[in-house]
Design a protein around this ligand. Structure first.
Ligand code: SF4
Length: 363
């Protein structure tokens, strides 16, 4: 089988690979996807310094530790100064880009604050920092406002492309609906963002057919960026009651690597994140994901005083670390695995750039 066979795979082919139990076969796939990443995007990976702006969230997703009905969480909202200090760190550390992630709020105070923060960070860094937002489902006008302020990438996970499985993860109301999430993804494209989405791997009740459909969903949607991580349970969530149905963690990690490799071979020029959830299962989980085809890592820059309060899942790694320690630990791990970092670059999605170029040519 060669690489071309993976560009338009059948559902059966994907499910066969996801169900593959032969370790040497899986390692062959990871190596081929790693080679595909290097040939398409180069040897290095790109970094996005992560700022967890606030754990205040108006939503109640059944899997998430910071859902609004979890009363065991101390809520926080970083000050503007704390955000700017983190952004300055990313700039001086030559990360090239940052991500502002937050619980989902749609009130005007929040919307205007994001606009202001994005504008200021662009000014303070002489437009040298690229900004990705991950602030949930918003109206098209809000996405446009933030894009005009200077954010140019947006992450909004669909979590599962199977509407029935999605429904087991969210309350049955308009705010949380599958349709609203899908509509928001189309709005992000309309607003001009490099659009990213993603799913959890190893959810209770999820099958390899669901995962194959997730991969086909990414391809059909023509996504620019993807973040996939193993599902990790949090004890203060309704989904925790189903933990007896879960695959062992190592299996969830292996499946995630299979997903990353298959997607890299299906869509060679997109950005794929090696998510922090992988590091919970294996200290080198993110680096293994890079060798299997991922090209983005998001070192945490949130101040240690509040890191423990942004736990979507249990046992988040590096809770006591500050931005400097997170950076040096990551550099050390990457060095051990022979992975280079592309400093001072935005690391935009080549897939998005190619689409934009072909649009211009056809105009
Ligand atoms: S997953 Fe996101 S939107 Fe859902 S409860 Fe958690 S932070 Fe809020």
């Amino acid at each position: 089988m060669n690489r071309i066979d993976f560009e338009n795979p059948s559902r059966q082919m994907l499910t066969d690979w996801l169900a593959e139990e032969d370790r040497s076969q899986r390692e062959w796939l990871w190596a081929m996807a790693g080679a595909c990443k290097r040939e398409t995007l180069g040897d290095s990976i790109h970094l996005r310094g992560l700022i967890e702006l606030s754990n205040e969230c108006a939503r109640d997703c059944y899997y998430c530790g910071i859902r609004c009905s979890n009363k065991n969480v101390d809520r926080y909202d970083l000050t503007d100064e704390q955000v700017f200090a983190a952004a300055d760190f990313a700039w001086k550390a030559r990360y090239g880009s940052l991500v502002i992630q937050s619980g989902e709020r749609t009130d005007s105070t929040f919307v205007q604050r994001i606009t202001r923060l994005v504008r200021k960070i662009k000014q303070r860094s002489n437009n040298e920092l690229g900004i990705t937002l991950s602030c949930g489902v918003q109206p098209l006008e809000v996405y446009q406002e933030w894009h005009e302020a200077g954010a140019h990438r947006y992450l909004l996970r669909i979590e599962s492309s199977n509407p029935d499985l999605y429904a087991t993860l969210h309350p049955a109301d308009g705010c949380h609906s599958y349709e609203a999430r899908l509509c928001a993804l189309f709005d992000l494209k309309k607003a001009g963002y490099q659009t990213g989405t993603g799913v959890m791997v190893g959810l209770p009740g999820q099958t390899v057919f669901d995962l194959a459909d997730d991969l086909l969903f990414f391809k059909d949607f023509d996504v620019d960026m993807v973040g996939m991580g193993p599902y990790l349970e949090h004890e203060d969530t309704p989904l925790y009651a189903l933990r007896s149905l879960l695959l062992p963690q190592e299996k969830r990690l292996t499946l995630t690597l299979q997903m990353i490799s298959l997607l890299r071979l299906m869509m060679p020029s997109i950005n794929i994140t090696a998510t922090t959830a992988l590091q919970v299962i294996d200290p080198f989980g993110r680096e293994r994901a890079v060798l299997a085809g991922a090209n983005i890592i998001m070192p945490n820059m949130t101040i240690p005083e509040v890191r423990q309060n942004y736990q979507i899942y249990n046992n988040k790694p590096g809770i006591q670390d500050d931005a400097e320690i997170s950076k040096s630990h990551l550099e050390e791990r990457l060095r051990k695995m022979g992975i280079a970092i592309a400093w001072e670059e935005w690391g935009d999605s080549l897939h998005f750039q190619k689409k934009a170029l072909s649009l211009r040519r056809n105009f």
